[in-house]
Design a protein around this ligand. Sequence first.
Ligand code: AMP
Length: 231
Amino acid sequence: MILVLIGPPGSGKGTQAARVALALDVPRISTGDILRRAIEAGDALGASVGDAMSRGELVGNEIMIGLVSHRLAHPDAARGFVLDGFPRTIEQAVALDALLEERGPLAAIELTVPDSELRRRLSQRRVCGRCGASARFSEDSPESTCACGGSLVLRPDDDDQVVRDRLAVYAKATAPVLEFYRGRRALHTINGNLPTDQVTERINLAIDPIFEKYFSGLPDTWSGGTPFLTS
Ligand code: AMP
């Protein structure tokens, strides 16, 4: 079970990826989280990606493909995984294709949300500097401390100008990725501008029949193949 969640910043792909991963009992692999942890840890990877991330630019394909290839080799990803934030370029999509050879079906979900709503959501998003949890800031709930005791802060790349740049980067770099999966009839476009539970429900409705159809059609001796499925 391999699911790729594609959506602009603020579209809720992190939240939805976590929900679907929990339901499927597979790991959620967020490349943004991996990079942020590397920056916090102050390691070599973090040092090499910090500038690009704070400017809202994409990190280089070579680094990202190496990182994902390494992560997918972990035993917990053997049964499948939900990718959140990868692939973001056509080069990454092609590399993922090669990595997935013989690893079972892939479905791609695109979440669409109008830019004005994305900017509104991101201006209200706060993250905990200690545990990484997300919270929503508003005049009605101006809480600045997380349940864990850490401080809730605006992510540097959620600054409005950086958000505009990230949206432009998304539109330009990720459009070919959508075409890539659409061309294989593996892409399911879902309105991400609905209440969170309804988005989850629509994702489940889109993916359940695909995986059911796939697994019910497999011979007992199946050991891989057919990386893309159509609905
Ligand atoms: P996210 O948390 O997914 O919004 O990612 C935050 C930032 O991490 C992005 O704006 C990029 O700078 C970087 N990043 C995450 N995933 C990728 C990727 N697949 N390719 C390039 N850069 C990435």
